[in-house]
Design a protein around this ligand. Structure first.
Ligand code: SAM
Ligand code: NAG
Ligand code: NAG
Ligand code: NAG
Length: 401
């Protein structure tokens, strides 16, 4: 019989059976557990263990009188981990063949020159800059990129060097295979399109995007000082229901993508794009909320953010910062050290937040000539950059007193 043997069990006993099979070494961990339409669960069994499987005693063991039978399925699902491994192997196999067809030998050095990580944007794979550096690849010409695309199951290929320091944060990207470099991402019901050659997309900030999406900003005017392609402006408009968003951005390519994305998500009527340097922005006294999403620091944007807040009612600033904790003497990597390391990090974030809060209160006072109270509402941890560098967001409530 073809296919993969599975134990079909009722959903309520699936976990018990799974554990039991796993402890007997009979569960095929390379395949996914599948829920079928009849309310039962299929647990993939290693064919070699099938003959030793004693269904009767399994049933007795789990005191279950519900369904428990062997079925065969034709199209099992590979587990995610297994998929990654087989993709990696596929690439390796294809490249090995290509090299050998050019009379070259497959070596460990070549293996080490394969991409270890990459970003997938739909059918485009964006490779990092630390791969395919060895001269031998040059001999393969375009054949190489067609083979890599096949190995990674992509249609288009591009390669990244580092994010440039031109202030636009544009990645330096070269297209290796394919006609164009526009890609589309859909996350949390919002679609983002952009040109990977000209703008960056930070999938890493997903937790912050989800947090923003959960805000209730109905009736509010929000200013997004570093809008990019709309990473935060869009969740403010689509999910948080902001009445209006002013989106500032100085990179014309990002502005082009932002415009498209506002239209694609049908929110352009509630957004004004201010193209140019936000420090020159003429707008003031309009905002209930200002988003300052720039790392390593958004400090250049603090004065304009203060001018933007409504003078009579104030509002909330979301201040992003890359905060670096001093290195402690952690020769040992034991659990106690790690815990105290975390605590030390939090203290550093708190200290940074206190400083920022005082600094902004002072700015507000200088700008408006009135006294303001600033209040730390929350410090959100977005991401860690080892070692001891953390991207955090401070929610700072600012009210005239
Ligand atoms: C980090 S990126 C996009 C940030 C986005 N919030 C994210 O999650 O990735 C910051 C954006 O701010 C823009 N930018 C930086 N400084 C600016 C300034 N002074 N005025 C206007 N835009 C600026 C850059 O062009 C870039 O698109
Ligand atoms: C979001 O994270 C990326 C790295 O994943 C970073 O480069 C980018 O600047 C971050 N955006 C903000 C708001 O700081
Ligand atoms: C965060 O800041 C540290 C130190 O200032 C820097 O080395 C690192 O590159 C920064 N990371 C990002 C993504 O800005
Ligand atoms: C506010 O003005 C005072 C007096 O001119 C100055 O000392 C202080 O540095 C200013 N605050 C900020 C944050 O610029």
């Amino acid at each position: 019989m073809d296919g993969v043997p599975c134990l079909r069990v009722s959903r309520c006993h699936a976990q018990q059976y799974r554990r039991c099979l796993q402890s007997q070494g009979a569960l095929d961990l390379s395949l996914c557990v599948v829920k079928d339409s009849e309310g039962t669960v299929l647990l993939p069994i290693l064919p070699s263990c099938l003959s030793e499987l004693d269904l009767q005693s399994l049933r007795t063991l789990l005191a279950s009188d519900s369904a428990c039978e062997i079925v065969w399925i034709q199209t099992p699902l590979q587990s995610k981990k297994e998929k990654r491994i087989s993709r990696g192997n596929k690439l390796e196999k294809i490249l090995q063949e290509l090299l050998e067809s050019h009379g070259e030998k497959w070596t460990e050095e070549l293996k080490g020159d394969l991409p270890h990580s990459f970003q997938r944007h739909g059918d485009l794979v964006l490779l990092g800059d630390n791969c395919f550096a060895l001269p031998v690849w040059k001999k393969m010409d375009n054949q190489l990129w067609t083979a890599v695309a096949r190995g990674l199951e992509a249609k288009r290929l591009a390669k990244m060097s580092r994010i440039s320091r031109d202030g636009f944060r544009s990645p330096e990207v070269t297209v290796l295979l394919g006609e164009h470099s526009w890609v589309k991402h859909v996350d949390n019901g919002i679609s983002y399109e952009f040109d990977v050659m000209k703008c960056m997309f930070s999938a890493g900030n997903i937790t912050e995007k989800l947090r923003v999406a959960a805000f209730d900003c109905s009736g509010e005017t929000v200013v997004d000082l570093y809008a990019g392609i709309g990473y935060f402006s869009l969740p403010y408009l689509v999910h948080a229901k902001a009445s209006h968003v002013h989106a500032c951005e100085w990179n014309p390519d990002a502005v082009e993508a932002l415009q498209k994305n506002l239209e694609a998500n049908r929110v352009s009527d509630r957004c004004t794009i201010h193209q140019g340097d936000n420090r020159q922005l003429q707008l003031c006294d309009v905002a209930d909320r200002v988003n300052l999403g720039l790392i390593p620091s958004s400090e250049d944007g603090w004065p304009v953010a203060c001018r933007l807040l409504k003078k009579t009612t104030g509002g909330i600033l979301h201040v992003h910062q890359n905060v670096t904790s001093p290195l402690h003497n952690t020769a040992a990597d034991d659990a106690t050290h790690r815990v105290s390391g975390k605590k030390a990090d939090r203290e550093v974030w708190q200290a940074w937040a206190d400083d920022t809060s005082n600094h902004i209160a002072s700015l507000l006072r200088n700008i408006t000539g009135a006294l303001w109270i600033t209040n730390i509402r929350h410090i959100e941890h977005v991401k860690s950059y080892a070692p001891h560098v953390h991207h955090v967001v401070l929610d700072l409530e600012c009210r005239p007193s």
